[in-house]
Ligand binder design. Structure first.
Ligand code: FMN
Ligand code: SF4
Length: 438
């Protein structure tokens, strides 16, 4: 295990994680002692438009994967339209490897609740929803308790803190489908329909929940709002890089000594994160990794010094995504890892569009063939051709994301594929897996 140097430890910037280790951090009493609901008191004295401007000035970008500017999104909500407005928090967190929203809601649920109230006030919503993954029973329980505590203390409900502002907040558990993290599928699911993406335009900003103006934001995005209100836009921008401001929770998993959540200024590198996490496990050497979950193209050991912000990762040919950094070593097989992810995408494909539904089905079968030692050189062209027909031709991002590890593993690790095909690597799957595969 490597001990991080003081200059690397200084890269940690606990803002969203700062209360996580406090005793009973999830209770309202602890939260209030540690700055809790001070931002709300300040926000309720401000004009809603000024709050939207503050979030614009801070440069906050969505933490759900796409990095869309949050203030801009809030500004799209038409005002004075006479329709109800909604804030919907995306707490589905289904991307493989991603583990930042559930710990946040488990350890510090009031940070999200306070962010919801301020964001709803800014966009003039009087009803908000938190859509949480169905399997996340513990986090949902903590969240529901926190919402009740907030009602009891007058932070939710009618005439919040005697400001004249009313807000009802509902925590809704989904049934556990990855596609329900896609914002329009989430809205359909919340309305009681089968969770499948909607055609856009129109966008949720004008036709969202119940065809009304709606902001959909990630848990981390909304939990960033209270610290920005308290600390100001300049303080927030003092962390991170020019176009990727603020701190970010990086969830590290895989072949490292101390997996977990590390909150650092955006632009930290994997080399630094590895140092913070105690290094690679003994006997393991970094071979490949995902910068932002399994939907983002793989990177290799040569990318250790890429700044992990939106621009830096894009320049290296991948996507920052959910900052789910999954670390694989020289003892892991990129072909097998990609196959396992494809099984996931095939299973989670909602079936609405042909490229994703059929393409993932067939790619899984090609991978099984290769891993059972029966692949051909032509299979590699078939995989690339299939990806070409999925990427940019699917109805939503699930299809696009499924191709990421296929094309990137073929780019960096083609030899691993050839070793299976040409018999130098022993088959990993038995021929039984191939029943019905051709
Ligand atoms: C297949 C798929 C799954 C997604 N899952 C999530 C998720 O679990 N949580 C999330 O916040 N965003 C998820 N997103 C992104 C959302 O569609 C949306 O961009 C995000 O909630 C917007 O919030 P933000 O602007 O705060 O990032 C997913 C997108 C796709 C295509
Ligand atoms: S890309 Fe996949 S998940 Fe998205 S709509 Fe098409 S079939 Fe459904």
């Amino acid at each position: 295990m490597t001990t991080p140097r003081p200059e690397t430890v200084a890269k940690l910037t606990p803002v969203l994680t700062k209360r996580w280790l406090s005793p009973d951090a999830w209770r309202i009493g602890t939260y209030e002692q540690l700055d809790g609901y001070a931002a709300l008191r300040k926000a309720l004295k401000a004009h809603p438009d000024d709050l939207i401007q503050l979030i614009k000035d801070s440069g906050l970008r969505g933490r759900g994967g796409a990095g869309f500017p949050t203030g801009l999104k809030w500004g799209f909500i038409p005002q004075g339209d006479g329709k109800p407005h909604y804030l919907v928090v995306n707490a589905d967190e289904g991307e493989p490897g991603t583990c930042k929203d559930l710990p946040l809601m488990t350890h510090d649920p009031h940070a999200l609740v306070e962010g919801v109230i301020i964001a709803s006030y800014a966009i003039r919503a009087s009803r908000a929803y938190i859509y949480i993954r169905g399997e996340a029973v513990h986090a949902a329980r903590r969240l529901r308790n926190a919402v009740q505590e907030a009602y009891d203390k007058g932070y939710l409900g009618r005439n919040i803190l005697r400001s004249g502002y009313d807000l009802e907040l509902v925590v809704h558990s989904g049934a556990g489908a990855y596609i329900c993290g896609e914002e329009t599928a989430l809205l359909d699911s919340l309305e009681g329909f089968r969770g499948q993406p909607r055609l856009r335009p129109p966008f949720p900003a004008t036709h969202g929940l119940y065809a009304s103006p709606t902001v959909v934001n990630n848990v981390g995005t909304i939990a960033s709002v209270p610290p920005i209100v308290l600390g100001g836009a300049d303080w927030w921008k003092s962390m991170g890089t020019e176009k990727s401001s603020g701190p970010m929770i990086y969830s590290l998993s895989g072949r490292i000594v101390n997996p977990g959540q590390y909150e650092c200024s955006m632009g930290v590198t994997l080399r630094e994160l590895l140092e913070l996490a105690g290094g690679m496990q003994p006997g393991h050497h970094l071979r490949f990794w995902t910068p932002g979950g399994s939907s983002t193209p793989l990177l290799a050991a040569e990318h250790l010094d890429v700044p992990l912000d939106f621009e830096g990762v894009a320049a290296a040919g991948s996507i920052l995504g959910t900052t789910a950094t999954q670390i694989f070593s020289d003892q892991d097989c990129p072909v097998y890892a990609t196959y396992r992810w494809l099984e996931f995408y095939h299973h989670e494909s909602c079936g609405k569009c042909t490229p994703c539904r059929e393409g993932n089905y067939w790619m899984v079968r090609v991978y099984r063939r290769i891993l059972a030692g029966q692949g051909t050189h032509e299979d590699l062209d078939t995989l690339l051709d299939t990806c070409d027909n999925i990427l940019g031709r699917s109805f939503c991002g699930l299809g696009d994301g499924a191709t990421s590890s296929v094309t990137s593993s073929l780019k960096y690790f083609k030899q691993d594929y050839l070793d299976y095909i040409e018999g130098r690597t022993a088959p990993k799957l038995s021929e039984k897996t191939l029943v019905g595969a051709h």
